[in-house]
Write a protein that binds this ligand. Structure first.
Ligand SMILES: [Zn+2]
Length: 430
């Protein structure tokens, strides 16, 4: 959002009534209380004026007005019998979690913290989609909303205290610096510092990128947003940025947002239902929200940028084995001789839960090349020896993608061998 151009777009924000779904230009809505217009105001400032003056929906009188959103970023659709009514596709999946909160509280254990994870499409009416998968009109978000008691969100902070985080904070940014410096997690908290629960989740977010997606640690930075840059709903915001050669610089791939009680208080107003909760033995309270958000398409691009390699003529997508959509390719060396055996083997592996592709087209070298390009970590070749009566009967060649090392493995050991070679990601258990 800090990209130049967006700030200008914020000058004609729109406010939607959450009761009757009518949309209004903020300027029109506020013409009585602010005759000078809203030019130059941020959405946060406009939102503050709307709530300060208790502005009502001119259509139905409801006080439940949405946060101001830039007119041209919301994806509008016409609906209703006459198509004269206006609705908007969700600009972030987060809103679905806030809408579900009361129900999740009821069906859950009625305890905080409560986490709701959502993955799905979000839509923005981008004027100029660009930068491949980075700025699109329809995109996939994966978000975790953690609802917690503002009086205390206990985390096992000692387990992350010594972790070094690649920080680029506002003070250094203002001096024009772009390189992160490693800072000990324990040095970020304390009086005047960041809350422990926040830093704890920053650590886990960095670990996810570094240890699960295997992005090189020296390409990751935590980019702090200033007061002016933060989205209007955020109290603390660090973007997780990763340096990508294909896009010539650091790109935002995720973020950790401390949203306070902004969303639940807005939705309480909007629905007319108090979303405060009553944990056992406690006074009612309105939970605060910590949001961990990830761009799925962007990360797919980053996985290609960082793991797709060229080695001479060879292109290899060195995806971590647990991220490869296909785990193994199965080939007959000579299709007309070993195809039935190889097909049966492919079915057997697939039935054992190992995502398997079968290929018998063109030369064996080309089949390996195709599997390498799409990141398949293993290939199995069935050959004459597999079908022979000799000591190699029912053995196949297993080839590993990155090293190209080959070994002879007995058919009845394959499932175990493949499973042990593809351990699930194991981020530190803290
Ligand atoms: Zn209304």
């Amino acid at each position: 959002m800090r990209a130049s151009g967006h700030l200008e777009n914020f000058t004609d924000p729109e406010v939607t009534c959450e009761s009757c779904h009518t949309a209004f230009r903020a300027e029109t809505l506020l013409e009585k209380v602010r005759p000078d217009g809203v030019d130059g105001l941020t959405p946060a400032q406009i939102g503050a004026i709307v709530s300060e003056h208790h502005v009502k929906c001119p259509n139905c009188g409801s006080l439940a007005l949405s946060v101001p959103v830039p007119f041209n970023l919301m994806f509008g659709v016409d609906w209703g019998v006459t198509s004269k009514e206006r609705a908007y596709l969700r600009p972030e999946t987060a809103q679905s979690s806030y809408l579900s909160f009361a129900r999740m509280w009821d069906v859950g254990r009625r305890a905080l913290p409560l986490g709701i994870a959502v993955i799905g499409k979000a839509y923005r009416n981008e004027i100029a989609p660009r930068q491949v998968l980075f700025r699109m009109r329809a995109f996939t978000q994966a978000e975790l909303q953690v609802f917690f008691d503002p009086a205390g969100f206990p985390v096992p902070f000692d387990r992350v205290r010594e972790e070094m985080l690649p920080m680029l904070r506002v003070d250094r940014r203002e001096r024009g610096e772009e390189t992160p410096v490693p800072v000990r997690a324990g040095d970020l908290v304390g009086p005047g510092g960041l809350p422990e629960f926040y830093v704890y989740h920053l650590v886990h977010t960095v670990r996810f990128f570094r240890d699960v997606l295997k992005y090189p640690a020296d390409r990751i930075r935590l980019f702090e947003k200033s007061d002016a840059e933060r989205a209007f709903y955020n109290r603390i915001q660090f973007d997780v940025e990763v340096r990508l050669d294909s896009l010539s610089g650091f790109k935002e791939l995720g973020a950790v947002h401390y949203r306070g009680d902004y969303d639940l208080s807005r939705h309480s107003q909007g629905s007319g239902r108090d979303l405060s909760v009553h944990p056992t033995g406690r006074d009612p309270l309105l939970p605060h929200v910590l949001e961990l958000t990830f761009g799925v398409d962007r990360n797919l691009w980053a996985l290609a940028d960082l793991h797709l390699t060229r080695e001479g003529e060879r292109t290899v997508w060195k995806l971590p084995t647990y991220l490869a959509p296909l785990s193994v390719g199965v080939f007959p060396l000579i299709a007309k001789e070993q195809a039935p055996y190889a097909l049966a083997l492919a079915d057997e592996l697939a039935a054992a839960g190992i995502p398997t592709a079968y290929d018998d087209a063109s030369s064996i070298g080309k089949r390996y090349a195709r599997m390498d390009e799409v990141g398949v970590p293993f290939c199995i070749t069935v050959d004459g020896e597999t079908l022979s009566e000799g000591p190699s009967r029912d053995t196949v060649t297993l080839r590993e993608r990155d090293s190209r090392a080959q070994e002879r493995v007995a058919r009845d050991r394959l499932v175990e061998r493949l499973r042990s070679a593809m351990p699930p990601p194991r981020p530190a258990r803290t």
